[in-house]
Design a protein around this ligand. Structure first.
Ligand SMILES: [Zn+2]
Length: 309
């Protein structure tokens, strides 16, 4: 490296949000990179071999999308409640999906995420090996939870294919590509499989990702069938623990929130999706007050919810 050049890259003159515990900000400020890692943050840093002018932009750590599906299509069908949207639109499309479509979809989704400032995502969708192959190249930090759908059969992965993916990929890109279990929802995966997933997640020391208490229809279904809330049903099956990241949690009772907090479950909040499908408004202040970890998700590809120019 040249004598006068201190860093490989300096991002200069941005509004730097460090997101550290003290809330340190620099306006303007620089971020310097050396040997592929951030070496310095602050005003007026030394010269870089490459310099980017970030004037007028925020510079902050990468965003984490805690719940997304690497789908190919965009903006398909509006104004339907979740269950009709799934049965009439999503599941037929997903059933027609082939691995080659998933490869293309993953390229598009991961490019969009890079462009949108997302550096880590939890994906729950089809053909995870295809999307993981793309993540190997994209450099994004990815968690794949293959979307297991048993009822109806056809649009999703199976417990067997999820397990096969875990075997094939768990040691392939250590620390950057993680392999979880992804039961789609409590109404589309059997109780027996959910119990097995709880055991397997323990055995392989991996996480579980699922949709939970997303709509009033779901809550009503479990009340009628089991006299339980979806959260209580999961507790009965042994799935409430720190391994679980539950997407949505829109319709929760006080007791549900207490159960999630007691069992150290994390929640992925998807406000855009909840508005698109009119699912309801999640009790985020109550979840946070109870000590539940809450992250944000897009619940689909990024472009559905952001302006693409
Ligand atoms: Zn979802």
């Amino acid at each position: 490296m040249d004598q006068e050049v201190e860093y490989e890259l300096v991002i200069r003159n941005g509004y730097v949000l460090t997101m550290d515990v003290k809330g340190t900000r620099y306006a303007p400020g620089d971020v310097a990179v050396r040997a592929g890692a951030i070496a310095a943050v602050g005003p007026n840093l030394g010269a870089g071999r490459e310099e980017l002018d970030a004037h007028g932009n925020a510079v902050l750590p990468g965003l984490v999308d805690c719940h997304m599906h690497e789908t190919l299509l965009r903006g398909v069908c509006e104004d339907l409640p979740l269950m009709r949207w799934l049965d009439e639109i999503c599941f037929p499309i997903d059933s027609a999906f082939q691995p080659i479509h998933q490869r293309a979809a993953a390229y598009m989704n991961q490019l969009e995420m890079v462009r949108g400032g997302i550096t880590t995502f939890i994906d729950i969708y089809r053909y995870p090996s295809e999307a993981a192959t793309v993540a190997e190249q994209s450099g994004l930090r990815a968690i794949f939870s293959p979307q297991i759908i048993e009822n109806p059969s056809g649009p999703g992965e199976s417990l067997a294919s999820n397990l096969q993916f875990v075997h094939e990929w768990r040691d392939r890109v250590p620390g950057r590509i993680l392999t979880w279990f992804g039961p789609h929802a409590l109404y589309s995966v059997s109780a027996e499989s959910l119990r097995k997933i709880a055991r397997l997640a323990e055995e392989y020391d991996v996480g579980i990702h699922t949709h939970l208490a997303e709509t009033l229809d779901e809550v009503e279904l479990f009340r009628r069938s089991y006299n339980r809330t979806p959260v209580e049903y999961l507790a009965d099956l042994g799935l409430l623990n720190k391994r679980l990241v539950a997407a949505h949690g829109v319709h929760l009772t006080d007791r549900d929130i207490q159960l999630l907090a007691e069992h150290d479950v994390s929640v992925a909040h998807n406000p855009s999706s909840n508005m698109k499908l009119a699912s309801g408004v999640a009790r985020i202040p109550d979840l946070l007050a109870a000590g539940v970890r809450v992250g944000l998700g897009t619940d689909s590809n990024l472009s559905l919810y952001s302006r693409v120019d």
